[in-house]
Design a protein around this ligand. Structure first.
Ligand code: ADP
Ligand code: TZD
Ligand code: MG
Length: 575
């Protein structure tokens, strides 16, 4: 008969570290974006040992942005893992941004023990993280017992992806990770989340109402938003657009859901269609500032439009204007229901409408072609973007990451996208700093190459991650649009003093030299030809590359296309 001691030794044990990893993997999460440190270093190590891909960043905000965009690309939560207080706070910006953009992500942070935090006894990196996170994300949870890790992760996953997707915070106190339970109890405690984002079927009367409004339209318009890209209902969305014959415009990250050169794409006649349409069907796009809240000058006379809105979030309806036909449900189900309800004899919109849009498109495209054709020296945005447009045309599988002000607005307008979810950018907040985190995750999650077009200011927010890109040898080509500053490189210090203007950077800076320090390829490009050659070489080789594209400091405008949002000082006129 074995002694009690041997019997105990034979019982297989597990601990918090392993349970977290097992719970994630059981639910198909195979990548973690992190910055290591107390108390989560071993969690990252063991995750890597288990076969997960663990990408170790230089700053948590970038790891968080990587997790967020992984969530967008996969329709499943991306995971960011950080240390306590400061690491958690660094990651929190990305978590809040993910929530704002409706990207599913889970921020997992190590934390101090409750008893120390609650008595404010001054632990190493002490903070009541759960309380801080609560207001900045969709849901937040803390796990105190190893046997609850499975449930904690299941709740986090379901909260992130069900309904309107968003960010979830999961608090893991240090002691939890070391807690030991039997492997059998551990295995039983894990939860595989069944149907984490259940279909939400729209009501039949809501579908009929939407079709009625659509049938009554003389000048209908469809607006595709990033929710439509996220939904991965690509074929049905395309079928709906084509069967209806309705012109559409893609919001920034919905570009490529249908190829931008699709004959029904009215992006080149955007102002005309917003102004003149009589029925607008929003598919996964909010009527927020990006669409001037659905009212005002851009939208024509008050009451001149009827809106149909497809969204999974019922409270989104009527957020800015009355929605004549709210269609609440998941986009896949809603679009399928519309397609079915349209039957076989759907009337295309009146030719007067589509003809007038096409005429406007043609003249705008011709005007753009003239601008793109110029070979200005130094390069302006258009001459540089012309070649990058060609790069994406030749390599439509490449993922474009884009941030900046002019660099963002001009690239969005010039670079056509051909495939869904290939354009990733600053999103709803217009936030700077997503660049390198998005670039890393885009290629890690898909295996596709990345072309990052970033302003010199934008790049600075996450630029240190070029080391990460080199370390993991990722096929990322970064083109820094270097115009010596924020918006423009010719800012003036109004005091007349010797400090540089606040929008200025070191003139003639050489960002390409930075990546050389990490073994990547650096190129200084002063002409469109040099730029094209360098990008082609980068895309062909897959080597981490940073191209310093020298842009005329005078080419940009204040805040790019949204200068009108700057408040004006009543006194400034005197200057
Ligand atoms: P854009 O910035 O491209 O206009 P928004 O981020 O404003 O897009 O809007 C995206 C919308 O899509 C959100 O209101 C969100 O609730 C919705 N959404 C996200 N995923 C789905 C889905 N699977 N089904 C329906 N609506 C969705
Ligand atoms: N901080 C954060 C986090 N997000 C922001 N959007 C800003 C500051 C303000 N901001 C913009 O809105 S664009 C921008 C800043 C600092 C940089 C623009 O300069 P750039 O691009 O070099 O990236 P261009 O081509 O010079 O316009
Ligand atoms: Mg700039």
């Amino acid at each position: 008969m074995p002694s009690e001691q041997t019997a105990e030794a034979e019982v297989e044990m597990t601990d918090g570290f392993h349970l977290v990893i097992d719970a994630l993997r059981l639910n198909g999460i195979e990548n973690i974006y992190t910055v290591p440190g107390i108390p989560i270093t071993d969690l990252g190590r063991l995750a890597q040992a288990s076969g997960m891909r663990v990408i170790s960043f230089r700053h948590e905000q970038n790891a968080g942005n990587a997790a967020a965009i992984a969530g967008f690309l996969n329709k499943a939560p991306g995971v960011c893992l950080t240390v306590s207080a400061p690491g958690f706070l660094n990651g929190l910006v990305a978590l809040a941004n993910a929530t704002t953009n409706c990207f599913p992500m889970i921020l997992i942070s190590g934390s101090s023990e409750r008893e120390v935090v609650d008595l404010q006894q001054g632990d190493y990196e002490e903070m009541d993280q759960l309380a801080v996170a609560k207001t900045l994300c969709k849901a937040s949870f803390r796990v105190l017992h190893a046997a609850d890790i499975g449930i904690g992760i299941a709740r986090a996953i379901r909260a992130a992806v069900s309904g309107r997707p968003g960010g979830v915070y999961l608090d893991l106190p240090a002691k939890l990770l070391g807690q030991v339970i039997t492997a059998e109890a551990g295995a039983q405690s894990l939860v595989k989340v069944i149907d984490p984002a259940p279909a939400q079927i729209p009501g039949p009367s809501a579908v009929e109402r939407a079709l009625d409004v659509l049938r009554g339209a003389k000048k209908p318009l469809i607006i595709l938003g990033k929710g439509a890209a996220y939904a991965q209902a690509d074929d049905d969305i395309r079928a709906l657009v084509e069967k209806s014959g309705i012109p559409y415009i893609p919001m920034s990250m919905a570009k490529g859901l249908l190829p931008d050169l699709h004959p029904q794409c009215a992006a080149a006649a955007r102002s005309t269609v917003l102004l003149e349409s009589d029925v607008v069907m929003l598919i996964g796009a909010r009527l927020n500032w990006l669409l001037s809240h659905g009212k005002g000058k851009q939208w024509g006379a008050p009451g001149s439009k009827k809106f149909i809105q497809i969204d999974i979030e019922p409270r989104e309806m009527d957020s800015n204007v009355e929605i004549a036909a709210p269609l609440v449900g998941d986009i896949g189900s809603c679009v399928a229901a519309l397609l079915k309800g349209m039957g076989d004899n759907w009337q295309a919109p009146p030719a007067a409408w589509t003809d007038s849009i096409n005429a406007k498109k043609e003249s705008n495209i011709a005007r753009m072609a003239t601008r793109l054709g110029k070979n200005s020296n130094p390069m302006d945005y258009h001459s540089a973007l012309r070649v990058l447009r060609d790069v994406i045309k030749e390599r439509p599988e490449a993922i474009l990451v884009n941030e900046g002000a002019n660099t963002l607005d001009q690239a969005r307008g010039v670079v056509d996208m051909y495939r869904p979810r290939k354009r990733l950018d600053v999103g709803t907040w217009g936030v700077m700093g997503i660049g390198m985190g998005f670039a890393v995750a885009a290629t890690v999650e898909t295996g596709n190459p990345v072309l990052a077009i970033v302003g010199d200011s934008a790049f600075g927010f996450s630029g240190m991650e070029i080391e990460t890109i080199c370390r993991y040898n990722l096929p990322v080509c970064i083109v820094v649009f270097n115009n010596d500053g924020i918006y423009r490189g010719d800012g003036v210090n109004l005091s007349g003093g010797t400090d540089p203007a606040i929008t200025m950077f070191v003139p003639g800076a050489r960002y390409d030299k930075m990546i050389e320090g990490f073994g990547g390829v650096g190129v200084n490009a002063t002409t469109p030809d040099e730029l094209k050659q360098a990008v082609d070489a980068a895309m062909a080789s897959g080597r981490p590359t940073l191209i310093n594209a020298v842009i005329d400091p005078k080419a940009g405008t204040e805040s790019g296309n949204i200068g009108n949002l700057n408040p004006k000082s009543a006194l400034a006129a005197k200057k």
